[in-house]
Design a protein. Structure first.
Length: 255
C-alpha cells in the first residue's frame, strides 16, 4: 500500500496545482505540467517498515507516475480507486512520515471543544433596547376627574388602504371641548384606537405623531399610530388589552 505524503519537492502545494515563485509584471507564472512529491509505501520484505519513494503528478491529465524502488514507473489516475487510496493518509502513515523525516509532533495540542457562539454586538444592543421598552400609559394625574362634556366624538381612519407594501398605519381624529389639556386629548385618542384595534384583532400599537388644531370652538387632535400583531420595536408600546383596561379604570370613553 502506498500513500501520497503531500511533501512537494517543488514550491507549489499539491492542492493548489499552480505555479509559485517570483511574479513577472504582477502576473503569476504558468502552471507547471507536473508536480513532484513523495510516496510512503510499505516495504514488501518488511511489512512494518515504511519507505519513501518519488512520484510525479500531471497537472493536465491527472495521472500519478510513481517511481518504484526497482526503477520501474507505475502509472495511475487520480480518480481511480488506487489513486484515491494513495491520498487516503492514515494516522499510521503520519507517524511513519514523522519517523522518516524526524519531525517532533509531540508538542501539538489536541483540538479542544468548539466554544459556544457568543451574541454579536447587534444582538446585545437589541436585547438592551428591548429591556428598556415600557408599556404606554395614559399620562393622567392621580386627581383626574372625567367630564363627559369634554369628549365630542372620535374616528379612526386606515391610512394603509390602497398602498402596496405599507404597514398598518392609522390616524385617530378626536374632537374635544376647547380648553381640554393635551394629555386628556391624547388619552381619548388612545382609548379610541385601542377599541378599534381590539375589534380588528390587533394586539400592539406604537405612537408616531400627534397634531392639534382648533375649529368651531373645539380642539381637534390627529394622532397617528402603527399597528402590528407582534410587539414592535420602540421605547413605548401600547398593548391593546392593557390600554382598554386603563381607559375603563380612568373613565375615558373608548368610542
Amino acid at each position: 500500500m502506498r500513500r501520497i505524503t503531500g511533501l512537494l519537492l517543488g514550491c507549489a502545494a499539491l492542492t493548489a496545482l499552480v505555479a509559485c515563485g517570483d511574479k513577472d509584471n504582477g502576473r503569476p507564472k504558468a502552471k507547471p505540467d507536473e508536480l513532484a512529491t513523495s510516496v510512503v509505501q510499505s516495504d514488501a520484505g518488511s511489512p512494518d517498515k515504511n519507505v519513501l519513494t518519488r512520484a510525479r503528478i500531471s497537472t493536465k491529465s491527472g495521472d500519478i507516475l510513481i517511481l518504484e524502488p526497482d526503477g520501474t514507473v507505475t502509472e495511475m489516475k487520480l480518480d481511480s480507486p488506487e489513486g484515491r487510496d494513495a491520498f487516503a493518509v492514515t494516522e499510521a502513515d503520519l507517524m511513519a512520515l514523522n519517523a522518516n523525516l524526524g519531525l517532533d509532533l509531540s508538542g501539538i495540542p489536541d483540538m479542544g471543544p468548539v466554544a459556544a457562539r457568543q451574541p454579536t454586538a447587534q444582538e446585545r444592543a437589541l436585547e438592551d433596547f428591548s429591556r428598556r421598552t415600557r408599556p404606554m400609559r395614559l399620562n393622567l394625574p392621580a386627581t383626574f376627574e372625567v367630564n363627559p362634556e369634554d369628549f365630542k366624538g372620535v374616528s379612526v381612519n386606515n391610512l394603509s388602504e390602497g398602498r402596496r407594501g405599507a404597514g398598518k398605519l392609522v390616524e385617530v381624529q378626536a374632537n374635544l371641548r376647547r380648553g381640554v389639556d393635551a394629555d386628556t386629548a391624547f388619552a381619548y385618542a388612545s382609548c379610541a384606537l385601542a377599541t378599534w384595534a381590539e375589534s380588528n384583532g390587533t394586539h400592539y400599537a406604537r405612537h408616531i405623531r400627534t397634531l392639534q388644531d382648533k375649529k368651531n370652538g373645539e380642539l381637534i387632535v390627529g394622532a397617528v399610530f402603527t399597528l402590528s400583531e407582534k410587539k414592535p420595536m420602540g421605547l413605548t408600546v401600547m398593548t391593546t388589552k392593557d390600554t382598554l383596561q386603563e381607559c375603563k379604570t380612568r373613565g375615558i370613553p373608548a368610542t
